[in-house]
Design a protein around this ligand. Sequence first.
Ligand code: GGG
Length: 353
Amino acid sequence: MDAHVISVLAGDGIGIEVMPVAMEVLDAATRDRGVRLEWREQPWGSDYFRRRGRMMPTDAIETMAGTDAVFLGAVGHPEVSDVETLWGMLIPIRREFDQYINLRPVRSFSGVRSSLAGSPDIDVVIVRENVEGEYSAVGGRSGQGSPFEAAYQQSVFTRRGVERVAAYAADVARARSGRLVSATKSNGIIHTMPFWDEVVAEVVGRGGGVALEPVLIDALAARAVRAPQTLDVIVASNLFGDILSDLLAGAVGSIGIAPSANLNPERRCPSMFEPVHGSAPDIAGRGIANPIGQIWAGAMMLRHLGHEEIAGSIETAFTAVVERGAVTPDLGGELTTAEVGAAVVAELSARGV
Ligand code: GGG
């Protein structure tokens, strides 16, 4: 029996609703296949913050370090500052565990109406730098209360940080079409972005076998809407990668489908798997959140843990469910979160899993 201990952080809002559904799907897919998932559920998040004044206990990282992976739902609450929720939970986990790659696949599903005219076929992998860049704690404010008040935010791009994300993205591109688009803005951001361009070109050129195309982020946003079928693998900084992945997921039809993997490729620390969506307070508590992003993130987790075949069977099952229209309202359906989960479990069973 191959056993894995998983830290489960359902978090806030719809995270609490999609997480148990995804756990059920993963349990169903692994049962009888020689894999046992031992879930360690943690009550951390905004409710914990309101009771204890912090999103997670001080020894949270140490606690999770002893587990094989982190499965995260969503963080964010209308009554708690976004700075607390992100910098008190999501960002420290990414940084403490050096999860420097954020892998975000986005693809079309037949039968799911794209938000774009002509329903272009989208199949893109975004490789987002995940621990530095524009997400930086360096900065501050001055002149509060005066007309000269100002805020400063210092982006930090290190050679090592850019090199390792570029190398990872080049490997992903090599395994796919051999084409890699690098999101840049070196005409407007005149220090970090020319540095990004130089280092990405050096690393990709050194490895060979990849056609690199730097594209300004504004033009890339337009291209993602106008001609997403021309994109295959994109390497992007922390902020640009975050925005582009939401944009492309929205273009496919719903951000509720999109998964992401926060990876420590060297496996020195646990990696973390989460849907791209946030806590969605507007629909939280209604049982209608789309669980596919969380389920797909779970499949990515199993693949990372060495269970390629099981991951593939989950992906095949939820694809069949989505493509026959058994979906939540964000995709035009009428099913609840639990009903979509049950449909995926039934599909696994029908396929002999
Ligand atoms: N699924 C985790 C979550 O709640 N993400 C929302 C969010 O704001 N993420 C920011 C980021 O990925 O940098």
